[in-house]
Design a protein around this ligand. Structure first.
Ligand SMILES: NC(=O)c1ccc[n+]([C@@H]2O[C@H](COP(=O)([O-])OP(=O)(O)OC[C@H]3O[C@@H](n4cnc5c(N)ncnc54)[C@H](O)[C@@H]3O)[C@@H](O)[C@H]2O)c1
Length: 681
């Protein structure tokens, strides 16, 4: 990191332009030593046969003139051997990769410069999880497969015009193709496989060959904005979970939310609980993780003793404090204590990494953190048994709490899946789970069906004052909308108004000057138009990039997450996500992306998104209206066809606003009539 800061000071702007414009340099830089001070990706699985390994090296050499091959070939073979991938570490640039002011990037197209800014943010050392391996988040969410792809892409972006489109195949820049001003400047596909080759090990194999990559959601689409995205989503989830409590007045004051995990995404729960006005109680087994969150200020107090913690919870309830309390220990011990002491808890969830239960994602009760770490590698069979017993104990305690009125939800971390596999009592008679997932009960029916989703923007001047002004503009738009909005969406608007008013003081910016705000189609369009006007007036110093997480109304087909509240059988289809990206691309998106696997894993989901540059022009007004309207209403139409009530309401409202929109609406069959059809005589 120190090195990084020093280099930041010495690279002048003309030098930066020169190195970007040269792409892969004629004369290669010296090889770089492996830097142990940086957080590196784990060694990847080695599944390639000898023939395939030769192919992987041959593939990597395609980026270089033949005169370099004798030197590079053994180096790449060693990278493949040591890390399971060929990252081409030697080519990693010496300048800091970061979201500079848009005009600091050499460019002939402003749109292309905006894309350079966005992808640089995803690789910023302060933002990216494994920056040297070009991984932004989620362990394997890649921006590029190797540094040659990065250098070439930056060169193409710096030299392209608004009459060209850059085509990216899983990080590989296939090249610039002639197009036109209204076309996207970049089209990104990540991990698009022939369906039969979409198993997790296929990713290992084809990624090692250098022919595909896992782009997660916002990593490979250049739309990652650091932790604030997840904080906002979690705040919205906690607030809406609170509203599901019987007799809720909407306030979480004095109400307790118990959960586990203070890690990558789970750590957002502590911050979100406080923003939502609740008492957050979070168990974390790893002392290092607890310490980081405490020092960062996301956790207010840390407790090692359960008796002291229980007393503190009771006190916080009495005084209706908004506070986050960490329990340094196992979540199972915490649940059992709360059940035994009969402490009234209103909300509960779990965010241990149960998508990875046997290799460090879940620490079973009865073992210390160190004992677990040792046992999982030395005695994996015994470790599995401990996990199994622990999950059963956890579910038993949670069931006692829900029997007393607690609302519990699965947080998309495979908690119910693994608990069920472990033999815990999590099933109804018909085989469905006794607890809902956060999308089924909360995100889907309360947000996505009405078009509310994680809209975001980035100020390309990289000036915090611009972000401040956009916050203010967005708040003014929401205030106006509140005056006219129907009852069905007033609550969502109110939550988001509160969020945007507090956004600056919550200090959530890491990397680019970005903001997230859940908004519906109307909100997104009105906010974007107001930004475009402010750019035109000169009130904003630079253009603004619009985008969203793929985890949205229309962007993602994922049967156990984003589309888990689709019940007509179509949750296993991916037409919506594919249609969405195609539709965005001809309605004015500056770039579009379509990925395999974002969020829940390779082969399990298709997810897509867009980026759009607002530059203050009337063309930008036209594009934003056309594209944002489609980008939200495509998903609402699909959710409405699946008979989701909120979506039927929302799409009818959209048709009233825009007479050119005509959507096929579902007719409802009589349930009794359907039931009678297959009754046995
Ligand atoms: N936040 C969201 O919106 C969201 C959405 C979808 C899925 N998820 C899922 O949530 C999970 C967590 O994600 P993450 O990025 O925070 O992972 P992470 O691994 O960084 O954090 C999980 C934390 O849980 C702790 N832990 C494990 N077992 C424990 C136990 N028994 N008691 C107490 N602490 C324990 C670990 O030490 C770790 O710090 C993942 O499975 C992820 O896919 C989250």
């Amino acid at each position: 990191m120190l090195n990084f800061a020093r280099k930041k000071a010495v690279m002048s702007l003309p030098d930066f332009h020169r190195v970007i414009l040269q792409g892969i340099p004629e004369e290669l830089p010296a090889s770089k030593p492996f830097d142990p001070g940086v957080n590196h990706a784990p060694r990847r699985k080695d599944l390639l046969s000898l023939t395939e390994k030769k192919l992987a090296v041959k593939n990597a050499l395609r980026y270089f003139p033949v005169r370099h091959h004798a030197m590079l070939a053994p180096e790449f073979a060693k990278e493949l051997e040591d890390y399971g991938r060929i990252y081409m570490y030697r080519l990693r640039p010496d300048y800091p990769i970061t979201a500079r002011d848009i005009d600091a990037f050499p460019h002939q197209s402003k749109q292309a410069a905006a894309i350079m800014l966005m992808l640089s943010n995803n690789l910023d050392y302060a933002v990216a999880q494994h920056p040297h391996e070009l991984i932004t988040y989620g362990g394997n969410g890649a921006v590029f497969q190797n540094w040659a792809q990065y250098l070439l892409t930056m060169q193409y972006l710096a030299t392209m015009t608004d009459e060209q489109t850059l085509v990216l195949y899983s990080g590989h820049p296939m090249g610039l193709f002639p197009s036109h001003r209204e076309a996207p400047r970049v089209v990104v596909t990540n991990g698009m496989m022939i369906p039969n080759y979409s198993k997790p090990d296929d990713w290992e194999r084809f990624n090692a060959l250098g022919v595909t990559q896992y782009g997660q959601m916002t990593a490979g689409s250049f739309m990652y904005i650091g932790p604030q995205g997840i904080v906002h989503g979690t705040t919205i989830t906690v607030l809406n979970a609170g509203r599901r409590l019987p007799g809720s007045d909407g306030s979480l004051a004095g109400k307790v939310f118990v959960t586990s995990g203070l890690g990558g995404m789970s750590g957002a729960q502590a911050k979100a609980a406080v923003i939502a006005g609740a008492i957050g109680v979070l168990a974390e087994i790893n002392p290092k993780v607890t310490k980081i969150r405490h020092e960062q200020g996301w956790v207010d107090e840390v407790y090692h003793d359960l008796n002291t913690l229980v007393n503190r919870i009771k006190e916080a309830k009495r005084h209706k404090e908004a506070v986050s309390l960490a329990y340094q220990g196992n979540i199972v011990d915490l649940w059992e204590k709360l059940a035994k002491e009969n402490v009234h808890i209103e909300l509960g969830s779990d965010q241990t990494s149960l998508h990875n239960p046997w290799a460090g994602g879940y620490y079973p009760a009865g073992l210390s953190f160190e004992e677990s770490n040792e046992m999982m590698s030395k005695d994996p069979v015994d470790f599995k048994e401990h996990v199994r017993v622990s999950l059963i104990r956890q579910v038993n305690a949670i069931r006692q709490m829900t029997a007393r009125g607690m609302y519990f939800w699965d947080y998309g971390n495979a908690f119910l899946l693994e608990a069920g596999r472990a033999g815990a009592n999590v099933f109804r008679e018909d085989g469905t789970y006794i607890y809902p997932s956060y999308v089924q009960d909360i995100m889907g029916p309360m947000c996505f069906d009405y078009g509310f989703g994680p809209f975001r923007w980035v100020c390309t001047s990289s000036d915090p004052k611009d972000l401040q002004l956009t916050d203010q503009i967005a708040a003014e738009v929401l205030e106006k909308m509140m005056q006219e909005a129907p009852e069905e969406i007033r609550q969502q608007l109110a939550d988001n108004l509160l969020w945007i008013r507090q956004a600056e003081e919550n200090k959530l910016v890491v990397g680019s000057q970005a903001r997230i705000l859940y908004a519906d189609s109307e909100g997104r369009i009105r906010i974007a138009k107001a930004f475009n006007q402010a750019i035109r007036d000169g009130r904003l110093k630079g253009p603004v990039v619009l985008g969203r997480d793929h985890h949205d109304v229309s962007g993602t087909d994922s049967p156990y997450r984003e589309t888990s509240n689709i019940y007509d059988g179509s949750q296993f289809t991916a037409d919506m996500a594919v249609q969405n990206v195609i539709g965005d691309s001809f309605r004015g998106a500056t770039w579009v992306s379509i990925h395999n696997g974002g969020g829940v894993g390779w082969g399990e989901v298709i997810n897509g998104g867009f980026g759009m540059l607002l530059d203050g022009t009337p063309e930008a007004d036209r594009r934003l209206e056309s594209m944002l309207f489609w980008d939200v209403n495509n998903g609402i139409a699909r959710r409405s066809w699946a008979r989701n009530e909120g979506a039927i309401f929302a799409i009818q409202r959209a048709m009233e606003v825009e007479p050119r929109l005509r959507v096929t609406l579902p007719n409802m069959a009589d349930e009794k009539m359907i039931e009678s059809l297959f009754k046995k005589e």
